[in-house]
Design a protein around this ligand. Structure first.
Ligand SMILES: *Cc1c(COP(=O)(O)O)cnc(C)c1O
Length: 382
């Protein structure tokens, strides 16, 4: 052990699932607990620390401890999906709380905020998160309770300066919540940059194998965490033991997956940046990206596996490329081991501002050469 270092790196903690060798069997893989209820002993005291699985359960709690360690948070709570986690956070806000959310963000989360605003549960303003100065005039000190950012943001991969936005939110007494789904802990730890709450759709990079739906909130302090816990317990958006166990298994390879996905995405971005059939490549790792400088200081472990290419042509041309690939699978979602391609305009609402020719790529773990050759052939076939 090196002198002065008394805590292990998150990379070590997650690779070993916090180093819990099973005391009874010596198994190096944690057991999967599916019990919904937990027994009491002679004096009617609980034998362990769990009562009933809607409140808490051992495998879920283990996964939460891992996520909290990854993000450097005081604690974490898992939910049955990413959106269930965001809905729970919004539920913790006082009546008529003012919320500031980005104009461009994960569509369904914004849709839910709009519905809550339409029925007077919260009041909502949307702002341009790439320019923190547009936030300032919208802040209502004392009434603004939550400022939300998503970075890098779908599908342009705009990068938001977390520290600058945190300072503004704090000056108005608001919490800063960060959707860090596309910048998981190997590259960005928003709590260290001043955020109060970190959210991940664990369906994406944390699990990384496209085989479970989950969401997680990580909080810096205990008060907020206990509110979140109460909402989960009393409204029931829990994750099951098997999904939590799969998530633990998936997270153990998070660092190596993310590093490789970032490296391959950068090769693809560089290859197609000057391609005659591509008008633009959007990737925070490219010097040409408007968020590159912030990304360099804030995404310290790689620029991620998400990028978009704008095809030089029409909407139909772009859609043809998305169906002409043989390695990239045409499907939504992101962060898995298999590469995905998606024509975003086709899946968003009619009011979407996404360019007609934008193709969103989620880079998996296939060989970079195969992925590049696949896009080359799809671009010339379309
Ligand atoms: C997928 C996703 C969500 C929603 O998470 P689910 O697990 O699908 O409910 C929220 N934000 C971002 C950035 C996402 O990619």
């Amino acid at each position: 052990m090196s002198a002065g270092k008394n805590t292990l790196d998150p990379e070590t903690l997650v690779a070993q699932a916090l180093g819990r060798v099973d005391g009874e069997t010596g198994a190096v893989v944690p057991p999967m607990h599916s019990a919904t209820t937990f027994a009491r002993g002679d004096d009617y005291a609980l034998i362990g620390s769990h009562i009933y699985s809607r409140d808490s359960a051992p495998t879920v709690a283990h996964a939460e401890e891992i996520v909290a360690a990854l993000d450097g948070g005081g604690g974490a709570r898992l939910f049955g999906s990413g959106l269930a986690a965001i809905a729970a956070l919004l539920e913790t806000l006082e009546p008529d709380a003012h919320v500031l959310a980005p104009q461009v963000m994960y569509y369904a989360a914004q849709d839910w905020m709009r519905r809550l605003a339409a029925r007077g549960r919260i009041s909502l303003d949307l702002y341009d998160q790439t320019r923190p100065e547009t936030l300032e005039p919208l802040l209502q000190p004392g009434r603004t309770k939550l400022v939300w950012i998503e970075t890098p943001a779908n599908p342009t991969w705009d990068v938001v300066d977390i520290a600058a936005t945190a300072a503004l939110a704090r000056s108005a007494g608001a919490l800063l919540g960060v959707d860090s789904t596309c910048a998981p802990p190997p590259t960005t730890r928003p709590l260290e940059l001043g955020a109060d709450i970190v959210f991940h759709s664990a369906t994406k990079y944390l699990n990384g194998h496209s085989d479970l739906t989950a969401g997680v909130l990580v909080a810096s302090g205990d008060a907020r965490l206990s509110d979140i816990h109460a909402v989960r317990n009393l409204t029931g958006g829990v994750l099951g033991g098997f999904e939590a166990w799969l998530l633990i298994r998936g997270m153990r390879t998070l660092f190596v997956r993310f590093a490789r996905q970032s490296e391959t995405a950068l090769s693809i971005a560089r290859h197609f940046e000057a391609h005659p059939r591509v008008s633009r490549v959007l990737y925070p790792g490219l010097e040409s990206h408007p968020g590159h400088a912030v990304a360099r200081s804030q995404m310290t472990g790689g620029f991620g596996g998400m990028l978009s290419i704008l095809v030089d042509g029409s909407l139909e041309d772009a859609r043809r490329v998305a169906t002409a690939t043989r390695v990239f699978v045409p499907a939504t979602s992101l962060g898995g081991v298999e590469s995905l391609i998606e024509h975003r305009r086709s899946v968003e609402s009619p009011t979407s501002t996404v360019p007609d020719t934008l193709l969103r790529l989620s880079v998996g773990l296939e060989s970079a050469d195969d992925l590049i050759a696949d896009l080359e052939q799809a671009l010339s076939a379309a």
